[in-house]
Write a protein that binds this ligand. Structure first.
Ligand SMILES: [Fe+2]
Length: 320
């Protein structure tokens, strides 16, 4: 796909400069320990042991790197268990359980994604939990059992995707709102197994949510503008299903263009943290029946705001 040379909006250029300035001078994590993994997003942070007792300066440094690179990768965190993963994640904000699946017993927010069970393969492009209004801020994902091959996660930058749109498409995106729901047509959108469908019906959509989000969200911390779409979108407000699908495909194709992504090959003990307000992700489902288990701690977010200052609206929350 050809990327447009159109300049980003002024507010977002200023936000970029602010983030770059904040992230260049950092005494706790030397620049040599921050290794970029792709052109548009993603950096590996080396020589850090994550945990709940890290000094404030370390947490601030990780937070800044996260805002700057959108997703950060940290290898070798074998010392973490669920409790310590959550103690670390809590330093980034309040934890929140999944709205319909809940949290693993004894934890505040841990979501176990086990590929051998229904719903354990997140093989669609999405931003986490966008069917609720205040969707998560950060996800902290730990590799517990990783297959010998396959099972990478691909991340896409929804800020650069917006900024690289030609001006007329940026304008169109800025005028649109989308209806996100967890009750999407799972059979159509996914290579679902019977176990997946059963899990989806019983657990994932135990309560049906519908939320209207602006297609362009203003990032509450950086001021950047980001496309807010992904697989929970059902349609655009005021458009029919057919027109919605065509426009959705158009905008998604800019988000998921290979040049706009970074791909992470997991090892057990890896921790990957992403800014859920500036990214989408996709777990590549190419590992067959090999075991793959990852544990996610989730940091609560704010209700998104459009460019003209309107907040997302929860339209429906109905228990089945
Ligand atoms: Fe996800």
């Amino acid at each position: 796909m050809t990327q447009s040379a159109a300049a980003p909006s002024t507010s977002s250029a200023a936000a970029h400069a602010a983030i770059a300035a904040a992230a260049t001078t950092d005494f706790f994590i030397p620049e040599a320990d921050v290794v970029r993994r792709a052109g548009r997003l993603g950096a590996e942070i080396r020589n850090v042991a994550l945990g709940g007792d890290l000094p404030d300066a370390a947490i601030e440094a990780i937070h800044r790197l996260l805002l700057r690179h959108k997703v950060v990768f940290i290898r070798g965190q074998h010392h973490l268990d669920d409790a310590e993963q959550e103690r670390f994640a809590r330093r980034l904000g309040d934890l929140v359980p999944h709205p319909t699946i809940g949290a693993l017993k004894g934890t505040a927010s841990i979501l176990e994604l086990d590929a051998s069970r229904g719903g354990g393969r997140a093989d669609q492009w999405h931003t986490d939990v966008t069917f609720v209004d205040a969707h998560p801020k950060f996800s902290v994902l730990r590799g517990v059992v990783i297959p010998e091959f396959g099972g990478d996660t691909v991340f896409a930058n929804t800020v650069s995707a917006y900024e690289d749109l030609p001006a007329p498409l940026r304008q169109l995106a800025g005028s649109l709102w989308a209806v996100h729901s967890n009750a999407y047509d799972y059979a159509v959108k996914s290579r679902a197994t019977d176990a997946d469908r059963k899990h989806f019906d019983e657990v994932f959509t135990g309560t049906v949510y519908e939320t209207e989000h602006p297609v362009v969200q203003v990032h509450p911390e950086t001021g950047e503008h980001a496309l807010l779409l992904g697989n929970f979108v059902q349609r655009f407000v005021g458009l029919n299903k057919g027109d919605s699908q065509k426009l959705f495909d158009l905008f998604q194709s800019h988000i998921t263009a290979p040049e706009n992504t970074v791909r992470w090959g997991w090892q057990a003990g890896d921790v990957v943290i992403w800014d859920n307000r500036a990214t989408q992700h996709y777990a590549v489902n190419d590992y067959g029946n090999q075991k793959r288990v990852v544990h996610r701690a989730t940091v609560d977010g704010d209700v998104p705001k459009s460019i003209d200052g309107q907040r997302s609206i929860l339209r429906k929350k109905v228990a089945k």
